[in-house]
Design a binder for this molecule. Structure first.
Ligand code: SAH
Length: 217
């Protein structure tokens, strides 16, 4: 059985990570607090214990990665999460980004298309702490029509285009943050659905994500 301990050393490394994120331009204090509060090493194989607080992505199996902390902070900051908002996340992966959203008080609906990664939620360390997370196995391109509309939508894989069904499931004035393919890199976009249903698009920095794929696996 894996032992989960959050030592002073882990806490110290986490504080250093938060300082790096601040230097890189993350200003939302609640996002920084969430990252400071959540032991990222619990979401990684114990072999990564000593390096879990480096600002980089790591493999989590099935050819997927846990996003870099800077990317998690960046996307979460763009989403401007308020307590009790309904948030749809595409790409549960390690559950780390999901946990950041839950720590901010969102009601999180998260979808994963890889069965093995989805199944990990059964052993999720914080399952009794974050009762505000619901896990789904499915294709994120379809969203969750019966649970919508959502205040916010977050895609954590490189989308080939803006998924139309996810726009439909966004409530008026709702926002979606997603990296959209531009070859090697993806452009981070924030789409706001205006009251008349039209879309406002803002474009931010380039990132590198694993691809958003159709169907289940
Ligand atoms: N938020 C995760 C990121 C994992 S990487 C974390 O920080 O750990 C992206 C994840 O998106 C992978 O787990 C991948 O399997 C998943 N994914 C890719 N396409 C998807 C789709 N269409 N629907 C749901 N999940 C998808």
């Amino acid at each position: 059985m894996r032992q989960y301990t959050d030592t002073y050393q882990h806490k110290g490394l986490r504080k250093q990570l938060v300082d790096i994120l601040k230097e890189r331009g993350i200003t939302n204090q609640e996002v920084l607090n969430a990252i400071n509060n959540i032991p990222r090493h619990y979401f990684l194989d114990s072999a990564f214990d000593k390096i879990a607080y480096e600002d980089r992505a790591f493999p989590i199996g099935e050819g997927q990665t846990i996003s870099q902390p800077y990317t998690v902070a960046y996307q979460t900051q763009l989403l401007d999460i308020k307590r009790n908002e309904k948030v749809l996340e595409i790409g549960t992966g390690s559950i780390y980004q999901t946990t950041v959203l839950a720590e901010l008080g969102a009601k999180v609906y998260t979808i994963e298309r890889q069965r093995k990664l989805y199944d990990q939620h059964k052993n999720y360390f914080f399952k009794n702490k974050y009762l505000n997370i619901k896990f789904f196995y499915g294709d994120g391109f379809e969203g969750l029509p019966t649970y919508g509309p959502f205040d916010k939508v977050l895609i954590t894989a490189a989308a080939p285009f803006i998924p139309p069904k996810l726009i439909e499931q966004l409530r008026p004035c709702g926002m979606m943050v997603l990296p959209v393919d531009e070859g090697e890199k993806q452009r981070m976009l924030r789409i706001t659905k205006l009251l008349d249903g039209s879309l406002q698009e803002e474009s931010f920095h380039n990132f590198s994500f694993v691809p958003m794929l159709t169907g289940k696996n």
